[in-house]
Design a protein around this ligand. Sequence first.
Ligand SMILES: CC(C)(COP(=O)(O)OP(=O)(O)OC[C@H]1O[C@@H](n2cnc3c(N)ncnc32)[C@H](O)[C@@H]1OP(=O)(O)O)[C@@H](O)C(=O)NCCC(=O)NCCS
Length: 189
Amino acid sequence: MDLQVVPLHKYPQYSMQCCQLINEEWKRSVTARMRSLECSCDVLPTCLILLKDKKVIGHCKLSLIPSICDACFIESVVIDKSLRGKGYGSYLMTKAEEYCKNALNLKTIYLSTKGQELFYSKLGYDKCQPISIYGSSSIVNFPMYHVHHTTKNKKQIGNENNSPIPPPMPKTTLVCTEITSKVYMKKEL
Ligand SMILES: CC(C)(COP(=O)(O)OP(=O)(O)OC[C@H]1O[C@@H](n2cnc3c(N)ncnc32)[C@H](O)[C@@H]1OP(=O)(O)O)[C@@H](O)C(=O)NCCC(=O)NCCS
């Protein structure tokens, strides 16, 4: 069987097939998806595709973590619906890890998942603290923490200084739910 994992930007002729594969799992406009795929490059972000007999059957994206220079965040891992459960996902992940280690000289891979923990743990990923893939701090800033503390502080400020109570913070409960329901995992390469 002819199986290959290659960077998408070296094989741009597969971009539309790749776009369709990802969009079958996570619906998004073709324009937005193609724009995101066009960002793939030799440094991060890099989109890797799994080709079987010259057809795109898998994809994953390696993204930069600004606060951790020798690591990346793997996301949008997907295998063609009709070919799942046959070892292709494991093959793609193993090749992606080799790429991270040998081509990008990275030491750690992070990811977050909702429901695929077993798939990743079989590949050697362990649960870890949530990390932020935005900004300079690697620690995720939990919004609930702020909601709780600002409510307390509001009363104190009003009482001690007799100053007007500031307007309420924007509602952040939804964001918090989303962050906490994801499981973060990592693997040392
Ligand atoms: C997750 C996904 C990439 C796995 O790919 P796959 O080709 O089906 O996985 P494999 O066949 O290589 O499975 C490897 C092992 O993980 C197990 N596994 C795969 N998906 C699993 C799941 N959702 N839950 C539990 N175990 C799972 C398999 O049973 C297999 O176990 P085994 O080695 O003991 O037989 C694929 O199911 C997929 O594209 N899912 C939809 C998109 C998605 O959720 N991506 C992950 C985003 S975090």
